[in-house]
Design a protein around this ligand. Structure first.
Ligand code: SF4
Length: 284
C-alpha cells in the first residue's frame, strides 16, 4: 500500500513505502528522516516485551532475507530521498535531512541468519550514495544474540560504517526481565553480551520506563538498575543511556496494565543515572 500523505513524527508505518524491508520515519524531534530496515516482516521476536509496539507479535526469528530485494528497496528509497521529490512531498520543511539508516523492525534484527551480509550490503549501498561517515547506521536490538559469531561479524562491520548499537536494558533483575521482556535470560549472561557488543561497536543502553498497574519501578528495581549501571560504567565502554517513556501504545495483551510516567519521574531517574557517571538522553 503506497501512502502519499506527509509523514509526521508519529508516522512509523512500515507499509508506508509499499516495500517489504525498507520504510521511512520522519522525526521532528530528531529533525530529520531515518530509513528503517525491517528484517522481521513476519512480526517475530525471541522476546515479548509488554510495551512492544509490534502488532500480532509472534515468538520466533526473522525469516530468510531476500538480499536482492532488500538492496533494491534500499537503493530506491535513498534515490527518492536524496535525488527525488520525497523530501518536498512527504516531509515537513524543518525535517528535510537524512539522519540515519536504522535496523529497527518488527522483531529482533540480529535473529536474521544473514545479519552480517545485510550489514555488508548496507555498507555497499551507503558507499555508492557517498553516505559513509556522513550519517549513522543504528542497530536497535535486545542484544540477546550478541554472543553469536555471525552477529559479532555484523557488529564489527557496523563499527566501520559509523555504526551505533542501541542495546535493550530495561531491568537488571531476573524478575524484571521476566516481567517486562518476558525472557528467562539471566541478567549476568546479558551483561556478557553487552560487553561483547560494546567492545565491537559504540553502544548505548536503551531503557524503557513505565508504570505497571499504576506503580512505577520499585525501589528494589531502581536500586538494582543503578547498581548495575555503576558496574557497567566501570567495566564496559558504553556511551550512555537512552531513557524512554511510554511514547506510543503497546500492542500486547498487557497494554491496559501499562501507563506513562510523568516527565518529572523520568527527569529524576535520569539524574540518578547521571550521578552514577553515565550520560543520559531522555525521550518521552
Ligand atoms: S525486543 Fe523489541 S521487537 Fe522484540 S518484543 Fe521487545 S520491543 Fe518488541
Amino acid at each position: 500500500m503506497a501512502h502519499t500523505a506527509p509523514l509526521t513524527s508519529v508516522s512509523h508505518d512500515r507499509d508506508s513505502a509499499g516495500m517489504t524491508y525498507v520504510y521511512p520515519v520522519v522525526s521532528r524531534r530528531a529533525g530529520g528522516v531515518s530509513v528503517g530496515i525491517n528484517l522481521n516482516p513476519n512480526n517475530a521476536c525471541n522476546w515479548a516485551c509488554v510495551y512492544c509496539q509490534v502488532p500480532d507479535l509472534q515468538r520466533g526469528t526473522a525469516p530468510e532475507i531476500n538480499l536482492a530485494q532488500l538492496e533494491a528497496e534500499l537503493r530506491a528509497m535513498l534515490t527518492d530521498i536524496l535525488h527525488g521529490d520525497f523530501m518536498q512531498t512527504r516531509v515537513p520543511e524543518s525535517a528535510r535531512r537524512l539522519n540515519d539508516i536504522a535496523l529497527s523492525g518488527n522483531g529482533e534484527p540480529t535473529s536474521a541468519m544473514a545479519f552480517p551480509q545485510v550489514i555488508e550490503l548496507i555498507g555497499r549501498v551507503m558507499a555508492d550514495f557517498d553516505l559513509v561517515g556522513k550519517i549513522k547506521l543504528v542497530l536497535i536490538t535486545n542484544g540477546s544474540l550478541a554472543d553469536r559469531p555471525r552477529v559479532q561479524d555484523g557488529l564489527k562491520k557496523m563499527a566501520s560504517l559509523n555504526g551505533e548499537v542501541w542495546f535493550k536494558f530495561d531491568s537488571a533483575t531476573a524478575h524484571g526481565m521476566r516481567t517486562i521482556n518476558q525472557t528467562r535470560i539471566a541478567p549476568d549472561k546479558q551483561f556478557e553480551r553487552l560487553a561483547v557488543a560494546a567492545r565491537l561497536c559504540p553502544t548505548w543502553l536503551q531503557t524503557c520506563v513505565f508504570a505497571l498497574d499504576g506503580t512505577p519501578p520499585s525501589d528494589i528495581e531502581q536500586a538494582a538498575y543503578l547498581d548495575t549501571i555503576g558496574r557497567i560504567r566501570q567495566q564496559i565502554p558504553v556511551q550512555g543511556v537512552l531513557l524512554y517513556g511510554l511514547a506510543r501504545p503497546s500492542m500486547q495483551p498487557q497494554a491496559n496494565r501499562l501507563s506513562a510516567l510523568p516527565s518529572a519521574w523520568l527527569d529524576a531517574f535520569a539524574e540518578k543515572i547521571r550521578a552514577v557517571g553515565l550520560p543520559v538522553k531522555v525521550s518521552l
